[in-house]
Design a protein around this ligand. Structure first.
Ligand SMILES: [Zn+2]
Length: 230
């Protein structure tokens, strides 16, 4: 995981504790990790995902909790994200939505996912992929015929996976609805931001690096009196 304080990656070293009430188990847990680099603590609050039909008094809850329950974790300290800022090559209106998505991620994954989806859409529009809704625009970029515009395989897989998010397919994401808040799991919002970050690299950072290298090469060729590269 990436430390939300100093952004340096470290091996997850969670210590997990139950939260009890009057000596009885609750659906809540708390876990603590310490960053080996900056020594600061990270706290996550966990909630056991209990199917409603199972909750019928403490004993059923306890029985369920004993079966290695599935937990939904949310960062509660610090209330900031290690993500961002956007690379300088990213157009400002997109960078702004991305920064805001990162900022609200620990508080509202739904709001973060909505902003991340708007970033995705803005990136695709900027590249000329425009259709009725985001799912159709994803089709356009995945079916790109121009090999020079082809996406790397890893990014293709990630973008393709966007369509499988929670209620995504039931809610067409258009210009008008891109900020609509729909149910997402916390990890879906993070994943959406990861895709946006990969797209930043592919569509903005790498072309800028290539252009810079070409300019440097041409400067050398020109100095040597040789023909320039195209
Ligand atoms: Zn740290």
């Amino acid at each position: 995981m990436k430390c939300p304080h100093c952004s340096i990656s470290f091996h997850e070293n969670w210590q997990d504790n139950e939260i009890t009430r009057d000596g009885k188990r609750s659906v809540w847990r708390i876990r603590l990790a310490a960053c080996p680099t900056c020594k600061k603590d990270i706290l996550e609050l966990g909630k056991i995902k209990v199917p409603t039909k199972v909750v019928k008094g403490d004993s059923a809850l306890e029985a369920f909790a004993n079966l290695m329950p599935e937990l939904e974790w949310r960062q509660v300290f610090p209330l900031t994200s290690s993500r961002g800022p956007a690379p300088k090559e990213v157009p400002q209106h997109i960078a702004k939505d991305y920064t805001e998505a990162c900022g609200v991620l620990p508080i509202s994954p739904k709001a973060a996912a909505a902003l991340a989806r708007r970033c995705l859409q803005a990136i695709l529009h900027g590249q000329g992929y425009k259709d009725r809704d985001l799912a159709k625009e994803i089709d356009l970029v995945l079916n790109e015929n121009d090999p020079s515009k082809g996406l790397p395989l890893s990014l293709r897989d990630m973008i393709d996976g966007v369509r499988n998010f929670g209620n995504f397919s039931a809610h067409p994401i258009t210009d008008r609805t891109s900020l609509q808040v729909i149910d997402v799991e916390p990890h879906e919002a993070e994943w959406c931001l990861e895709i946006v970050e990969e797209m930043f690299q592919h569509f903005y950072v790498q072309p800028a690096v290539r252009a810079e290298r070409k300019a440097a090469l041409n400067a050398k060729l020109q100095a040597a009196g040789k023909p320039l590269t195209k």
